[in-house]
Design a protein around this ligand. Structure first.
Ligand SMILES: [Zn+2]
Length: 468
């Protein structure tokens, strides 16, 4: 006699939803169900099949939703810019942008402002469907950032920004390097990745020309020893290749390969001014590239003109997305990064086969998860993985009629249509409101903090037209 096993009790069942799983077969269910136990996905599949398997404590009718994995933002400045969003005009060149605006506002911050800034960044990401992020680097106080993020429910990898190269005459290079390595070591030990916590620290290098080989080696070794990764900026502009060629005789990627620090634990942000040999080295080492298309557009970096992103994709370089700072692209909505990338190279190369909607969705989910060193935990909706997912609201014009769910996710929808979000099985956005951050309170706090911070930095925000 065959006895069917009784139903498994699950905490949450969402049924009758479109589900884009991003599993190995890229299965999409048009009437799908997702069952959650605790922080994990228990089952996903056709509604009728899953409903027969489980008994749920809470059932949500998902007929209004398209469920996708949470997006992974692999380069975001959670401090420094969220409090000064949009202050930097879009007609400043690189020098004026970085030296005239970003550095003064970075330097004027306080740890209290960094804490607020990080919480605000988390709010923007969660509300637009990003469930996991890699921080570019905290400027002042990682403890303040960690503390601010702890209750938001977001998953992330944070890190104290480190650099060590002595540029001014008389600086003690050995002391600078020792201090930078000590900082990285202290933070990766204090906020360890062990046990896959929601928040943990990585070695976060400023990158460019600011890190010596010793610091690069230490960052790489620390990351490998602590199940972490290394994040750094590289080659957004010809200055980095020029510096490396002048000082090492090799281009940046060739030099980093030579000293043995590349690998799939490393994410390099921007990577626009590369040559073909550098692309091959990135592919051979499995090094991740974080493409920040909105930064490239607002800052006139030349990603579509000079970048080898289609060549990287063809060579197998894992490309993931970032939104960078809130003055570089001005928004932390990763769905915009998918949309922009899907269009940039089609247009600049006159080749519609480049970066399809399917490709960019992989970049924003699976590739991002792998870059965050969490490919085994997140990035797809499969049994055993963490319950990090987004419910996109179909009761909106951009989803009507629903004919090709991936095409519409990338080309029609954006983060403003995110209705609800779960991270680690916890509903952190419900009906367009964050459940973990008091939105009214934080908007008021940020509105009040911005002019004070800008005044301290000595900046007034220009407007070409009269504001009366
Ligand atoms: Zn950046």
């Amino acid at each position: 006699m065959n006895e069917r096993p009784g139903p498994v009790t699950v905490d949450l069942l969402i049924r009758n939803a479109w589900i884009v799983t991003m599993d190995a077969q890229r299965r999409i269910y048009r009437d799908g169900a997702l069952a959650i136990v605790g922080d994990r996905i228990h089952a996903v599949g056709p509604s009728a099949e899953i409903e027969a398997m489980v008994s749920a404590r809470e059932v949500i009718d998902g007929s209004r939703f398209v469920l996708t994995p949470g997006f992974v933002n692999c380069h975001v400045h959670v401090t420094g810019e969220p409090l000064t969003r949009g202050a930097v005009p879009d007609d400043t060149d690189w020098e004026a942008n970085v030296m005239g605006w970003l550095i003064p506002t970075y330097q004027a911050q306080t740890p209290k402002e960094e804490r607020l800034s990080a919480r605000f960044a988390a709010l923007e990401m969660l509300r637009t469907g990003t469930t996991c992020f890699i921080e570019a680097g905290t400027i002042l106080d990682l403890a303040a950032v960690h503390d601010g993020l702890a209750e938001t429910g977001i998953r992330g990898r944070i890190g104290q920004w480190a650099q060590d190269r002595a540029f001014a005459p008389g600086e003690d290079q050995a002391a600078l390097t020792r201090q930078a390595i000590d900082t990285l070591q202290r933070e990766v030990e204090r906020y360890s990745c062990a046990g896959d916590p929601l928040l943990a620290a990585w070695p976060a290098l400023v990158g460019h020309a600011t890190a010596t080989d010793d610091l690069w080696r230490a960052a790489s070794e620390l990351a490998l020893a602590h199940n972490a990764g290394v994040t750094a900026h590289m080659s957004p502009d010809p200055q980095d290749p020029e510096f490396y060629l002048a000082t090492t005789g090799r281009r940046p990627i060739a030099h980093l390969a030579e000293i043995g620090v590349l690998g799939d634990h490393v994410s390099l942000t921007h990577a626009i001014f590369l040559d073909r040999a550098e692309v091959d080295l990135l592919a051979a080492t499995g090094t991740h590239v974080t493409h920040c298309p909105m930064t490239a557009m607002k800052g006139a970096y030349g990603a579509s003109h000079s970048g080898l992103f289609p060549e990287m994709a063809a060579a197998g370089v894992p490309i993931q997305f970032g939104t960078d700072g809130n003055n570089n692209g001005n928004a932390a909505d990763l769905m915009r990064a998918m949309y922009v990338t899907a269009g940039l190279f089609k247009d600049s190369r006159r080749d519609s086969s480049l970066f399809s909607a399917y490709d960019v969705l992989e970049c924003a989910t699976l590739n991002g998860a792998a870059g965050a060193q969490m490919g085994h935990l997140i990035g797809s909706l499969e049994p055993g993985k963490k319950a990090d997912f987004v419910a996109h609201d179909r009761d909106r014009p951009e989803w009507t009629p629903l004919l090709n769910v991936v095409n519409q996710l990338v080309w029609s929808a954006d983060g403003r249509g995110v209705h609800s979000v779960w991270v680690d099985g916890r509903r952190v956005v419900d009906s367009y409101r964050c459940t973990t951050i008091d939105e009214d309170a934080i908007y008021a706090e940020v509105e009040a903090a911005a002019p004070i911070l800008l005044a301290r930095a000595g900046k007034t925000v220009p407007c070409r037209w009269p504001v009366l």
